[in-house]
Ligand binder design. Structure first.
Ligand SMILES: CC(C)(COP(=O)(O)OP(=O)(O)OC[C@H]1O[C@@H](n2cnc3c(N)ncnc32)[C@H](O)[C@@H]1OP(=O)(O)O)[C@@H](O)C(=O)NCCC(=O)NCCS
Length: 149
């Protein structure tokens, strides 16, 4: 039985694990663990930065995502960006992301302040792209550009 709930401080260690695994799996990156711990703690220290949601089975965290709010004055509403999405390998293709996604969809549909959901995905992550399209998201609208120091 999978349950979806907001992330809590007690989840920090498990969330960090997922992010270390995700960076290695999707980009071959070995993240600095201490940096990720501080990064996750920062979210819990300031709810304006974002909100984690977790999927749990028998008390074990098996999936996670982070929503980051972006205000849209065009809509006078808030778009939630989905980040840090990871489902443990042995739990994939069992509908866990679908449950997380439906949870967020309902949250948006039931809120007068929330306008929609967005995410970006690495061009090479074809599996995730298939998943998003299966769930009805589309990529018709924007290209993304970036700069990092
Ligand atoms: C992408 C990811 C989160 C999907 O999670 P998941 O729990 O396995 O997805 P679900 O089981 O809820 O699948 C949702 C739908 O996508 C389909 N799907 C899942 N994986 C798929 C794949 N590899 N190829 C094609 N379709 C797939 C499912 O069949 C389901 O479709 P349905 O509703 O018609 O049955 C998971 O594969 C993952 O953690 N990947 C590694 C990290 C990653 O890539 N994160 C995203 C970064 S942007």
């Amino acid at each position: 039985m999978i349950t979806i709930r907001a992330g809590q401080v007690k989840d920090i260690e498990a969330i960090v694990e997922t992010q270390v695994k995700m960076a290695y799996e999707t980009e071959g990156l070995a993240l600095e663990r201490d940096t990720v711990i501080k990064g996750v703690q920062a979210i819990f220290g300031n709810p304006n930065k974002g909100q984690y949601y977790v999927a749990e089975e028998d008390g074990r965290l098996v999936g996670v995502l982070l929503t980051i709010p972006e205000w849209s004055e065009w809509r006078n509403g808030c778009v939630l960006w989905i980040h840090s999405l990871y489902v443990l390998k042995e739990f994939r293709r069992k509908g866990i992301f679908k449950k997380l996604y439906q949870f967020l969809r309902e949250k948006v549909e039931n809120s007068s302040e929330l306008a929609g959901l967005r995410l970006y995905v690495d061009k090479t992550n074809v599996n995730a792209q298939k998943v998003y399209e299966k769930l009805g998201m589309n990529r018709d609208h924007y290209l993304m550009y970036e700069w990092f120091k």
